[in-house]
Write a protein that binds this ligand. Sequence first.
Ligand code: SIN
Length: 316
Amino acid sequence: MKPQKIVILGTGGTIAGRAAAASDNIGYTAAQVGIDQLVADIPALAEGGPVTTEQLAQIDSKDMSFAVWTQLALRVSELLAQPEVQGIVITHGTDTLEETAWFLQAACSPAKPVVLTCAMRPASALVPDGPQNVLDAVAVARHAGAQGVVAVCAGTIHGAHDVQKVHTYQLNAFGSGDAGPIGYVEEGRLRLLRNWPLAKAERAQEAIKKIADLGNEGDWPRVEIVMNYAGASGAMVEALQAQGVRGLVVATTGNGTLHHALEAALLKAQAAGVRVVRATRCLNGQVLAKPGDAIPDSQGLSPVKARVALMLDLLS
Ligand code: SIN
């Protein structure tokens, strides 16, 4: 059987970054090298079958926007519908990779693999990590039975639900918390430890339609994140409520705990119609629901992903 096509969508990031000196791994500008060039520099990519590229955006992912998310969701769902496309690889900055991964999983819930990959060193580095990450990502996208949105970095496959950037500069910068990774890419072969993310085609079509209908950035429901900490108050919640915020995710301490002043403001906002969700600022574990909880929990999503989920929920 003829191998199917893998489409690589470039969005920028450190993987496409350039520094003035090859020895400089941190003083670079992200999003400088085009996706065609990045792929041309990895001749081994062509060995497994056809690979095509598209430059969807060229940004530092700290500046990720709803406009780029909309473009990504629509293009990903268009490509996935093409029978000749086996899977999609997206090159992305590491800083907001986990948010885009969860956004695409929640919006598209794909039955084919959508693999986000990245680099911690710029393309101009003496020893860049991007080329191996792209090669590994394509191996995942070509794997029979792979599905859903995953992230591949440093030979590790993380599911969209659990992946989180956990280190500021090391090459193995991502973790999956206590859920653990989906598996590893070892010399082009996959060693799988658990299931792929779930595919939910019907829900996906609904979400994509809602996203396509959004006219501009301002139409996205405004959801902000507030945090609990020693001496927290309700001031941020009150200010955001006065600005018409539609949803609030609170990064609680521990197992969903809140300073009484912040809790009072959140309950007041909730009673006034603002959707409020509790996530935890702890790196591992999740908020465990108790009978009588006044504020719902994030079902194991981190604060930034709970925000994405709440925005999509408010869209529908
Ligand atoms: C970015 O997120 O675009 C820059 C940082 C990185 O990719 O590591």
